[in-house]
Design a protein around this ligand. Structure first.
Ligand code: NAD
Length: 260
């Protein structure tokens, strides 16, 4: 379905980003991976995508808090893979603290990686998409792009910000064959969340299963994690021709969280 398309996915060495990279590759797209991690492990992920799906996969080590490296990643995709047709802004970090104790450097880091990076990728990629009269920008926001939780001021601000950026970019590109949408997942079981389950279980002296049900999934009416594959399938749908008229939207995939 996406043969001859090139997708750049930030933060795709783990979790949701890696799941999306594999889902796009399964549709025949060439993939530019990005993210942090052990060089050998990342090379193994890249090589596995190439051999399993018979597509090109490249890797950019660009740090999403560094504007020059971000624009370098977009140039690298164009040079090595031929274009940037689909941009998925996914890289993200979290820091949890009361607002009056929130370290300013952590605030700046969360805003840089979760919000400002998407501005830099978008401003570099839109001219390339415009020249081909086709493009898809998919921003991985969060339920926290639509509602708040305490102690997550920077994350909630960044995710609300990316929902606003999504709408603005959608309006500016609406007549150019480009769409820009946000996906707002609830809790998804990624390595990041698995670590939080173990930490909460130890801190509260609870069984991991009870932590999942009573603490982590307390806000998610289905009481089930959203699957990485479900988020990836929604991203693939938004990249397809059937989604050509969906733009500026924020799509919840959160087990009913924001229906509260
Ligand atoms: P994850 O920790 O498994 O993956 C995050 C990715 O971002 C990794 O590849 C990491 O290397 C990369 N990254 C972090 N800092 C970076 C930097 N400075 N430069 C480049 N890459 C960097 O987390 P995940 O759960 O898969 O999260 C992916 C996205 O989904 C994030 O934007 C997150 O906010 C969002 N999200 C996650 C959940 C959830 O429950 N897991 C829910 C809603 C939204």
């Amino acid at each position: 379905m996406l043969k001859k398309k090139v997708v750049v996915i930030t933060g795709s060495t783990s979790g949701i980003g890696l799941g999306m990279a594999r889902a796009f590759a399964a549709q025949g797209a060439s993939v530019m991976l990005n993210g942090l991690g052990d060089a050998n492990e990342i090379e193994a992920l890249r090589a596995a995508i190439e051999s399993e799906f018979e597509v090109k996969a490249r890797y950019s080590p660009a740090d999403m808090s560094k504007p020059d490296e971000i624009t370098g990643m977009i140039s690298q995709a164009q040079q090595e893979l031929g274009s940037v047709d689909i941009l998925v802004n996914n890289a993200g970090i979290q820091h949890v603290a009361p607002v009056d104790e929130f370290p300013p450097e952590k605030w700046n880091q969360v805003i840089a990686i979760n919000l400002t990076a998407a501005f830099h990728t978008t401003r570099a990629a839109v001219p390339l998409m415009r020249s081909r009269k086709w493009g898809r920008i998919i921003n991985i926001a969060s339920a926290h792009g639509l509602v708040a939780s305490p102690f997550k001021s920077a994350y909630v601000a960044a995710k609300h910000g990316i929902v606003g950026l999504t709408k603005t970019v959608a309006l500016e590109t609406a007549e150019q064959g480009i769409t820009c949408n946000a996906i707002c997942p609830g809790w998804v079981k990624t390595p990041l969340v698995e670590k939080q389950i173990d930490a909460q279980a130890a801190a509260r002296n609870m069984a991991p299963g009870d932590v999942v049900r009573e603490v982590i999934l307390e806000r998610q009416p289905t009481r089930k994690f959203v699957k990485i594959e479900e988020v990836a399938a929604l991203a693939v749908f938004l990249a397809g021709d059937a989604a050509a008229s969906i733009t500026g939207a924020s799509m919840s995939i959160d087990g009913g969280w924001v229906a509260h």
